[in-house]
Design a protein around this ligand. Sequence first.
Ligand SMILES: *Cc1c(COP(=O)(O)O)cnc(C)c1O
Length: 413
Amino acid sequence: MKKKPVTKKTKDLLAKGKKYYSLAYKPREIVLARGTGAKLWDADGNDYIDLGSGISVTSFGHHNKKLIAALTTQAKNIWHTSNVFFCEPTVLLAEELVKASKFAKRAFLTNSGAEANEAAIKIARKYAADKGRPPEKREIITFIGSFHGRTLATITATAQPKYQAGFEPLPAGFTYVPFNDFAAIEKAISDKTCAVMLEIIQGEGGVTPVAKGFLKHVQDLCHKHDALLMLDQVQDGMMRTGKLFSHFAEEGVKPDVVTLAKALGGGIPIGAMLAGEKVENTFQFGNHGSTFGGNPLACAVARVVLKILQSKEISTNVNARSKQLVSALKDLNKKYSVFSEIRGRGLMIGAELKLEYHGKAGDVADLARGHGVLVLQAGPNVIRFLPPLVIKENELAKGIKRLEDAIAEFVSK
Ligand SMILES: *Cc1c(COP(=O)(O)O)cnc(C)c1O
């Protein structure tokens, strides 16, 4: 694709970003300026098809009129109260989340996914403490390849060494088990376990879905050992996989805790920890808190997000675009033979590169950007697709066409 000339303003911004941003981030060489739907423009006027949604966040694409209206209306009323007082959007969002979840009794609102998972970890420990269990019954089991956030406790829950290295000593009490290994979890869980936490589709870990029957197996073991079943739906929740809550596709599964964030605010920072019957009274006054958690601006937007997500149009579109995307990736693969597996559910799809291309997911994402389509990677070997849930058929087709140009270039190198 022919690119517009890079302006001096863009060059300056890139230089300043490199100079002043924490080196914890290494953004791609592009300054995004505006968007509408699944289309984005950079500061120089080049356009892109967005197949990443800012990592599963902007499910309604960019510049959604209903979300903007919710935000601006609330901004004119009141935009912060703290949790010392009630405020309408916060109260109503809590009610709507509890009711929509079909299991939860109460909601603790946060600003991010990591914070929601911190709340989950704390509630699990306190649940065991309240029951007067011996102090060694505080172990939380998580799975290899998981991702639960970047705070100290959540990197510890994240069973991937690359997120932990250098930050030791890590909090105690976490045990890791291979994902989808029925025998291993049975062996690992014990009377010391107070909770098992997992994603239904491991996102950052490589878009790896839970095996059929695994979640039910984990749940049975949790019941046997009086451990909580905690589902991290920060990435796979909120219709991403075609269900409002990703466990709705898992027969007979009723979690004790579900965490949400990412898509819940459609781009406005918000998270939630939903507590089921067993833990509805575990957090008592003063046990936990957050100054910004439940912020009225974020809650006003999240209420609209939650409402539109439950409309028939969204689920119909997720299913149709999912089929379109998977079949297009398969066609691409027939032609270029680059993927060893295409997996996932709904609009959370991963394409794993063949062995000879391992380590090159970032190169593909870079080439794709050059051709006008934004895709993500999940680790070094998997290209990750998380398009807006409202992406149109022709937009997705255009994105795939551009991806094909990138793949053609990739294999010719
Ligand atoms: C992104 C993510 C988190 C962390 O959320 P932040 O908002 O970045 O703190 C936690 N769990 C999963 C599954 C995620 O994908």
